[in-house]
Ligand binder design. Sequence first.
Ligand code: C2E
Ligand code: CA
Ligand code: CA
Length: 414
Amino acid sequence: MSDSPLRVSVRQGEKIFSQGDMADCAYIVEHGRIGVLVERDGAEIQIAERGRGDLFGEMAIIDGMPRSATILALEDCVLLKLTRSQLAHRIEAADPIIRLLLDVILTRFRDTLAGIDKPQAEAIGTGNVSDRRDERLGDDHRIEAVAQMRLERELEFGIRNHEFELNYQPIVELRNGRVAGFEALIRWRHKERGLVPPIIFIPAAEASGLIIPLSRWCLRQACRDLQTFRRALPADRALFVSVNLSGIDLQRPDFVADFARILAETGADPSDIKLEVTEGVLMKEADRVIETLNACRSMGSTIALDDFGTGFSSMSYLSKFPIDTLKIDKSFVQALHTDRASHNIVNAIIALGWGLDIPTVAEGIENAADADALLAIGCAYGQGYYFSQPITPAEAILYLQAATPPAQHLHKAR
Ligand code: C2E
Ligand code: CA
Ligand code: CA
């Protein structure tokens, strides 16, 4: 057997590895054929044959157990080596539920193999594997995967049982405190857990695909609430509602049709709906996302780029993507008076907005000094606890009708 860091040449009849060996790599067959052998009653029996393009030896790499079979070259072979780190890194990065599934499948497979010759398998360490699972997938990973599966099941139940609600946070014109619109922010009123913040369940909704019905619900509810707000206001009063979307929503080919149907059902004016997306969303499957956003825009809706400055900011995409508003991330706004770099970043984003003729919204304004400073730098709109916490639709109507915002009675933490 001639061994290089990348490839191994093996002559017919040679063993590549033996059952019970510790593993440091997996292989892909480039040329030739190999046989998979296990021991039975003291003799080796062939249970499978593999050829060009097949992968073998991966199990021991994935779960760190000794080899469960012997591999014999049935012809002269050339094999490509895959390192442990190549596979381990991918498995570490995988969804915890996929990792749990992989572990369960490998355990079952090893148990089945061990069943071919239990005493022999136990002697070399492939028996009783299910008792030794903690050596492979740590308890923390197992607990994480189970918690995520439970959360996803509860999310599904919550969507069916109407456990979600939208709160609205005003976005105001900094020069006069007038409400320009509201950002819809989702809340989950869970029967046992209480109010669950979106930061906990949005990632699980994205990972499970439940974000699709959830976003559809948000869009429909935001359009309905907008119509209620409108009825409480003079007909000529401009007002928008912005809705947060995930990349998964915008990659779906039927998003535009769903959105159009929701607009038609609720009677909401598309130009009163702003769709908020983050920089990361624009980077993944960019062409499809641009197509979706352009279609929404051609219906009359506008697009806000959320958390601007925190992602993979590249000036080039600002001209490439259809963006109508830049939202300056609250981390920069909140450090405006304490961190020179943040102050400069806020300045630069506002100047960029002016240069591109795109209005800016500063998020996370918590005091008058920040609101005044942002107005002085040239930021048109602001949002934050200084004006109001996210509030219920009924409170939003009161807020809208209040003569001089910020309405002090709504400032209290909820
Ligand atoms: P985001 O879109 O950046 O929303 C702004 C977050 O900042 C909200 O947190 C809001 O309550 C909070 N916030 C507003 N003003 C202030 C302030 O002055 N100080 C501080 N410290 N925080 C302020 P929330 O509601 O917990 O939402 C967190 C994130 O969850 C949102 O960040 C958004 O990414 C996501 N999210 C919320 N609702 C939805 C939704 O309906 N769909 C999707 N896909 N994501 C949502
Ligand atoms: Ca947002
Ligand atoms: Ca934001």
